[in-house]
Ligand binder design. Sequence first.
Ligand SMILES: Cc1cc2nc3c(=O)[nH]c(=O)nc-3n(C[C@H](O)[C@H](O)[C@H](O)COP(=O)(O)OP(=O)(O)OC[C@H]3O[C@@H](n4cnc5c(N)ncnc54)[C@H](O)[C@@H]3O)c2cc1C
Length: 310
Amino acid sequence: MIDQLYRKAVLTVAERPQVEQLARQKMWNLAERFVAGESIESAIQAVQALERDGIAGNLDLLGEFIDSPAKCTEFADDVIKLIEAAHAAGIKPYVSIKLSSVGQGKDENGEDLGLTNARRIIAKAKEYGGFICLDMEDHTRVDVTLEQFRTLVGEFGAEHVGTVLQSYLYRSLGDRASLDDLRPNIRMVKGAYLEPATVAYPDKADVDQNYRRLVFQHLKAGNYTNVATHDERIIDDVKRFVLAHGIGKDAFEFQMLYGIRRDLQKQLAAEGYRVRVYLPYGRDWYAYFSRRIAETPRNAAFVVQGMLKG
Ligand SMILES: Cc1cc2nc3c(=O)[nH]c(=O)nc-3n(C[C@H](O)[C@H](O)[C@H](O)COP(=O)(O)OP(=O)(O)OC[C@H]3O[C@@H](n4cnc5c(N)ncnc54)[C@H](O)[C@@H]3O)c2cc1C
């Protein structure tokens, strides 16, 4: 409950235009801890640095709630450029996209523009043996995202497209089971949006417990599982679970966010686990940065200290 109140307070303040304007001017040097630069080149260099530590990258061009269909298609073109640049730099393209950024919900010639643009992006990634993960956004988009995921797996194969389930939503266990026939590659997260108690567990203990259930059920069903969390207790439980069930280290991976628990990322890689880091980059970093601050008061303290230092 307190976690929810904290998250709500931070996100409500962060959404005010005056706060955003000030933050954009003053906070880039702080945001840099969580965002891998504003350009493709800086993002690719960040992946290469991780790869030197045995850690893979998951690139994410930032951009949310883009308005016009033309801008959505332009955004999809930029993602395709990113895939090409990653391939040219010798990196197997692994990219996350938000379907809202590429036109989900916008009709073009009788088809959803998000689906059309996602097809172009996944086709390009597939050409280079790459992978696209469809990030999960707020609860109003879950139905359409899972429906489009099903369509895209049918067209491109589960080895080239995956999606995300959020353990704070009551519905996610049911959604997981309903996707089993696709043998889907799924990233499990706790969930980063401000959601009402009508759809999401208000208590963190329930979210954590549901997280374990989602991961364990997905692993047990024999599906590739992305354990995307910085929660050490859960990570330890997953290590014990796979050992007890004879599940190999190639059946799952740990995923974390850029700039968060770098020590743990390196430690897990050194222990022989697959580790992948989500690297957001781009000029549109503010909403992403606000969600990271909303996750823990420690990060808010980090921002206040940084601002006081000038
Ligand atoms: C790879 C990846 C992809 C994601 N994709 C999505 C998505 O598509 N949709 C979505 O809704 N959410 C997504 N998220 C965000 C996720 O839902 C959570 O909000 C976020 O991961 C924090 O939850 P946690 O599992 O780390 O656990 P928490 O219980 O929040 O944290 C556990 C511990 O991790 C550390 N920690 C957690 N967050 C931070 C932070 N910001 N800064 C510093 N320390 C921190 C703290 O030590 C904390 O005690 C993603 C997360 C990851 C790692």
